[in-house]
Design a protein. Sequence first.
Length: 583
Amino acid sequence: MIPIIVQRCFFGSRHDGLWRSDDSGAHWAKVTTFPIAGLGAPAAGQAHGGISFIAIDSRTGRIWAGIADPGADHLFRSDDGGKNWLAVKGPTPDLLATKGAVGADGTLYVTYSDGIGPSDATTGAVWRFAPDGSARDITPRDYGMGGFMGLAVSRAGIVAVSTIDRWQPGDTVWLSRDGGARWNDLGTRSRRNVSATPYLLHEGKGADFGHWISGLAIDPFDAGRMVYTTGATVYAADSAKPGGEILWKPWVKGIEQTAIITLTSPTGGAHLISGFGDIAGFVHEDLNASPKPTFTNPYLSNTNNLDYAGRTPHVVVRSGSLYAERPRDATLGWSQDGGKSWKPLRVPPIRLADGEPGKRYDLAGEAAVIVSADGSTFVVATPMPLVTRDRGKSWDLVQGLGLNARPVADKVDARRFYSVDFDHDRLLVSNDAARTFVPVAGLGLPARLSLGKVHGREQQYRLVASPFGTGDLWFQVGEQLYHSIDGGQSFVMASGMLKVELFGLGLPMAGKDATIFAVGTLGEQRGVWRSTDHKSWTRIDDDAHRWGGRYRVISGDPRHAGRVYLGTDGRGLFYGDPAGETK
């Protein structure tokens, strides 16, 4: 007979107090004697940390629990297996307990911060609580601004803590080999090798130590090996021993914490060009390798829209935004080599009303830029759209469009552009390279088009021109997708029973029409879907591959049948090919 080992577990939740399992997690019950019952779901725009850690002294069974919510007490202790709890005094009540760890001798170490991030911490502390109940402040001297969050304790008693929101001179990791009596700043003697992940050099400078260091660990079998998380990647060092230089390398391969705002798959050149949040974007010449940075001149921290010329795909345009505190002269750029190099595009000041001073409306990063199929015409969606045919040397107002209109270029006919007039529920077309726009029939579309309107510069525009034919348009209105093959004169429903959230086009797999990829819900099943006949849908993800379920953008590949690109909101950029395909 195999003996059954019952393992007691504790789980500190963010919103619903402390929970306990006596059967290795098969069943759970709330610990009703714990002093903090839980705050419930936060209000809109708010967040709280709840129970930030549970730490258990394996020698005595003493349990510690930290609280990262405002309140009088932020640390509790139980000496009877979690039945009764005692509040333990630490720093001032404004400091929240963020992480805790028990050393081999039973000493508890706790990091504190007045904010849980990512950008609200102004002060912090590090404390130790000995087995006899005595407490001591062991905060590193002159650590500067910000709080403390990351924490690790080795079996040999080495303690490491990390800062959060220390903007000057930057976040770092502190190391102590004597229980916090003395600390060594590892950041000052560190360097990084990011050759395996060159995207980290996106700003044209060397990768820094990192920021928002909330995760920190010491290898239990090798105290010289350390790992920490940042807002950019995960770094590891094989030797963090006393003295000398420490070399850190990214401890990842193909997985990064990144938010994808937009992407495009051109009809030529690299198969994928992406627009990221915070780290600009990249030309992905090899989908299985970290890309080299090329989105400079101008450098934009966020890339909000991308477009390519359908017949001359080496011409690419982009728009984006910068961090608020950085100077800006251009938030638009164009490339004539597929995104490998760029030139800034600047629009002149415009006046929205008589008597108002002229203003450059491109500098806030709100204005999308669109390129004609032959690459000769650029349209910028400033409040009053502007058009240039000489790469920005001269500009004209686009006639026939209302305020804040956004055109879309036909991917085959260089003289044709489209736009949706949401105020009057009609589709507009230009046949003279965006000089003038006039209404087109739009038969088959819903009477109200406002559900197809996007809000915010980071949302994907709902009107898309296919690269597979002149006048081939796709328009998402609410949760329904419509298709036109006559330049907007008439539309037919193309989403069937699928409730569409996002969609993109790929190379036809059946017939001559584009393959459709979509994020949406069919019946009760939300997932990623493909349709080759614009009536039926096949799910192409599965329950084990959801990537958090938060998606920003999806697209097919116009040159590789069945390939799909999926941009997530924090889990990175993925691509997939049909099962069984060989390369």
